[in-house]
Ligand binder design. Structure first.
Ligand code: BES
Ligand code: MN
Length: 456
């Protein structure tokens, strides 16, 4: 029996336990953005560290950062001639609100049909456990043909704020040939995918202040500029009629798409109809001269993530609010710089904000866009593994989400990320009723087993 066979038999014999362990990990509500979950963040890190220890990893540590800790572990027993592969993951998850829209408890994972429903099931505790369990099958049967390092952070969903300082400080510890990052998902259950680019992010909070307290809208309406109105006027002006972003200089550094890149996008198997079904919108929107997949993968955007002002409770209240707030983020593409985008945002506000209000802009976090190797030993080993399991070669695409570690590992460790994963477009990540497609998850674990043995 080949080594891969032995490990695959182990996977099949332990399938149910693998799922139980994923459910246990999911039951820890590790929401990184909320102070009330700080203890749960620690517990989730400890859960990962315990897994690494049980796999016989060495130097397993929960390493402090300025925020939530990083879990590290390594096994370097394959020797100097074998490659060193870092496996990246994040143990934090997004908040669950609006909780009333969940059909089951977000932290009590339940199987319904072919899906496991829970916060983090797809993004990305399921992916972390898929990696852990592929490695478990290997180390418990034949031993690993490669050296392995683990970097599992707790701040991905809040912009990996403290990861830069951590990576900078631990460059040597983190040295590797490349990083396997299963946080990028795939295009469909029968569409294994390798992601070759991600967008960056510049995230802001814009606050507009009017009167020094909420006022009676009858007594003062018409004499005072309503900050909610001023805010939405500013926000509305951030796009022109053609959907172009109006921040001064915003497109100056945007890298043009080559003919080859556009041809690659055209070949991808997603239709507008599928996008309409996935999102439930009556019609698509965006720059007409680009296809929807190009707009997501290779064009920058500006989105309002949240708006708040005045009275939003039941019934009516005649109030002229004292302030208004918008959360606004820009997805960025190569070669836009998030700090330059902040300057452009400030320039736009200076030029367009009326004298009748005061404003304040807070930069919540920034991440650069990334392009990674689409032809390397790692890419070839993973393509081959996908072909073995799915019977077809993977699709290569650029995706619109962001993962802070990708640029940081390129910058400080000189390591490219091999972006993939087994999350699907209809998994409802960041939304109510997040779910994970179990048949794809099991295939994913087997694909990772093959992937590691492809370095033998
Ligand atoms: N896993 C996602 C990113 C993703 C999803 C990439 C699908 C490619 C395909 C990740 O956890 C995420 O949501 N990241 C945040 C990062 C941000 C807060 C800096 C994002 O993209 O909004
Ligand atoms: Mn994720």
């Amino acid at each position: 029996m080949t080594d891969a066979r032995k490990a695959l038999e182990y996977v099949r014999a332990n399938k149910d336990r693998y799922l139980d362990e994923l459910k246990e990990f999911i039951s820890i509500p590790s929401v990184s953005t909320l102070d009330e979950n700080k203890g749960d963040m620690r517990r989730a890190a400890e859960w990962v560290a315990a897994q690494l220890r049980s796999l016989g990893m060495n130097k397993v540590q929960i390493m402090p950062t300025g925020g939530h800790p990083v879990v590290y572990g390594e096994w370097m027993g394959a020797g100097k001639s074998a490659p060193t592969i870092m496996i990246y993951g994040h143990y934090d998850v997004q908040p669950v609100d609006p909780i009333e829209l969940w059909k089951s408890d977000p932290f009590n994972a339940v199987v319904k049909g072919k899906y496991l429903f829970a916060r983090g099931s797809s993004d990305m505790k399921g992916q972390v456990v898929a990696s852990l369990k592929a490695v478990e099958a290997i180390v418990r049967t034949t031993g690993s043909p490669v050296n392995i390092k683990w970097l599992v952070e707790g701040e991905e969903e809040i912009g990996s704020e403290n990861l830069e300082a951590f990576i900078k400080k631990n460059k040597k510890l983190l040295a590797c040939d490349f990083c396997l990052n299963p946080d990028a998902g795939m295009m469909g259950p029968d569409k294994p995918t390798i992601t070759t680019g991600l967008r960056g992010l510049a995230y802001f909070e814009l606050r507009v202040y009017g009167p020094d307290k909420d006022l009676h809208s009858g007594l003062f309406g018409g004499t005072v500029h309503n900050p909610a109105q001023a805010l939405i006027e500013l926000v509305a002006g951030m796009h022109d009629k053609n959907g172009k972003i109006t921040l001064p200089g915003f497109y100056d550094k945007v890298r043009k798409l080559s003919k080859k890149e556009r041809a690659d996008f055209k070949r991808l198997p997603t239709s507008n109809k599928e996008l309409l079904e996935l999102t439930g919108v009556p019609a698509l929107w965006g720059e007409p001269q680009f296809t929807p997949l190009e707009r997501v993968g290779a064009r920058p955007t500006l989105e309002v993530n949240g708006l708040y002002s005045g009275f939003t409770g039941q019934g009516s209240k005649t109030v002229l609010p004292a302030e208004a707030m918008a959360k606004i983020s820009c997805r960025l593409v190569p070669d836009q710089d998030p700090l330059e985008v902040e300057k452009q945002m400030r320039a736009y506000l200076k030029k367009n904000a009326p004298k009748t209000i005061k404003w304040e802009l807070i930069n919540l976090h920034s991440a650069g866009a990334a392009l990674v190797d689409s032809d390397s030993a790692g890419v070839r080993a993973l393509s081959k593994a996908f072909e073995t399991v799915w019977g077809k070669r993977p699709y290569f695409r650029r995706e619109g989400g962001s993962i802070g570690s990708v640029v940081l590992l390129q910058q400080y460790v000189g390591a490219d990320s091999l972006l993939t994963g087994f999350g699907l477009p209809d998994d409802n990540i960041h939304s109510p009723n997040e779910r994970m497609h179990l048949p794809t998850w099991y295939k994913g674990i087997e694909a990772f087993v093959h992937f590691f043995y492809n370095f033998q």
